[in-house]
Design a protein around this ligand. Structure first.
Ligand code: TYD
Length: 231
């Protein structure tokens, strides 16, 4: 399936007032730190920001998150796992993301559907078509206006994970190195296939340097940077 068949871009939908920005990347990419810094920067520009994450973001989706990531029990097969991520996303989109966008808020989401394509598809071996079909059924194919892909070189990611996971990794984070290598190359492929949907950022620098790169990449959509907003 062609990537453009994935769904409709929020910016192309009927007169949305809010904007939808997703941050994506493999383990140890620093997305959560960057999502927080971006939310602060947008709030400082006077925007109403909803900062959220996947899996999770609503009570129902957070309950599914616990089912997915807890290391108790035998875990899920690749298909059940993909369905659970899609179900969590459906709840999150319906109850939080769409209403927030309709109310004019800027939604910053730590991971979205490209994580399912990269992890359950690239990593877990499901086809991209199947993941996209689940997203259509669950969330009517909604896509972020921009997806910021933070890419880190493997040694940097490993050093960060060693610090993050001192008490043990979650079920997916703890998968073997080859799985995470497939995830990283899937993300890179998506960004190459759809350069207009992705902003690719190197995550090897300091948090503030990465933050500055993200702001520069989003500059065209931010009110303070827009050539028309000051007019
Ligand atoms: P989280 O603790 O949020 O990890 P990170 O800080 O790396 O974002 O856990 C989310 C985990 O779930 C992470 O390993 C990626 C995985 N994941 C999927 O496999 N598919 C998905 O669709 C999403 C949203 C996350």
């Amino acid at each position: 399936m062609k990537p453009e068949a994935l769904g409709s871009n929020v910016a192309q939908a009927k007169a949305p007032r809010g904007r939808f920005i997703a941050l994506e990347g493999g383990e140890g990419a620093g997305k959560s730190t960057q999502a927080g810094l971006l939310a602060e920067a947008l709030r400082a520009r006077g925007l109403d920001v909803v900062l959220t994450r996947e899996p999770g973001g609503t009570p129902g989706a957070e309950a599914v998150r616990a089912l997915l990531l807890n290391t108790d029990g035998e875990g899920w097969g690749a298909r059940a796992e993909a369905l659970l991520f899609a179900a969590a996303r459906a709840d999150h989109v319906e109850r939080l993301i769409r209403p927030a966008l309709a109310a004019g808020h800027w939604v910053i989401c730590d991971r979205f559907v490209d994580s399912s394509r990269a992890y359950q598809g690239g990593g877990g071996g499901l086809s991209d078509d199947d993941i996209i079909a689940l997203h259509r059924i669950g969330s009517e194919g909604i896509l972020p206006d921009v997806t910021v892909l933070i890419e880190v070189s493997p040694p940097v990611a490993e050093a960060r994970l060693a610090r993050r996971d001192v008490d043990g990794a979650d079920r997916i984070g703890g998968r073997e190195r080859a799985y995470h290598a497939r995830v990283a190359s899937a993300f890179a492929r998506f960004a190459e296939d759809e350069p207009s949907r992705f902003a690719r950022i190197s995550g090897d620098g300091t948090p503030l340097l990465i933050h500055a790169q993200i702001l520069a990449a989003l500059g065209h959509m931010l009110p303070d940077f827009s050539p028309v907003s000051g007019a």
